[in-house]
Design a protein around this ligand. Sequence first.
Ligand code: MF3
Ligand code: CO
Ligand code: CO
Length: 278
Amino acid sequence: MRRIEYKTDRQLAEMARAGVITSRALDAAVAAALPGVTTAELDRVFRKVLAEHGAGSNFLGYYDYPATICTSVNDQVVHGIPGDRVLAEGDIISIDGGATVQDDRGTTWHGDSARTVLVGKTVSDARRELSEITRAALWQGIAAAARAKKVGEIGFAIENFVRQETGDKYGIIEDFVGHGIGTSMHMAPDVLNYAARDLGPRLKKGMALAIEPMLVTGGIETVTLEDDWTIKTLDGGDACQWEHSVAIHSDGIWVLTAEDGGASELSKLGLTVKPIPA
Ligand code: MF3
Ligand code: CO
Ligand code: CO
């Protein structure tokens, strides 16, 4: 399906329900990501919060994916499968997950969000900076979704920010991109997390987009592990990802996977957000 799915405000409000549950489940998984804990345990924690809210998982069973989250540790970029790996003091892990809810017509709406966690108390300054720059770059991309005309300007905002703050210190992954989201997790259009000539379609009311920059400390080449899912950097450099699902509604943008719609972070960038009109 290459057509963009434009949502009504009512439909975006349903997506916000999926988004808030995604955020709460991530809160729990993030809090559980401590030294000595397995990545499988984080999946159990995330799964439990979905169940408590009566929500479904869009990850579980997606092309036979076996878990409700992806847990990508250190040189793993994305799609790490939770298992018996034990988190160690000093690890950097991204946790990516999503919830689904149904509206009263039986239509399923998706959330998708990722956060990076610094495990324990002695994480290196290098890993701290990697996560902080990636997180800030995501918010620059989100702010661009509010101000820009075309989808591709999101990637420009992300890349310009990273280059302005840190020069060529970090690579921005190009093998995986953000996406439209709605009645499926992955929909048109592609949302590049880097600057590219083709600015893509116009940003329009009714769009919902997952923005998900991945930064690495070395080269941007990636390889897939034997499990056919886990993506790691070819050179073994550290990787990091932050992601939010963002709606463009009648009255501006709303970050669907943040409980406050992104208000607190976006206010630092000079933007005010208004709730999706009821
Ligand atoms: N949520 C990921 C993304 O940000 C995709 C996960 S695929 C899955 O687009 F199979 F692991 F669910
Ligand atoms: Co995701
Ligand atoms: Co995504």
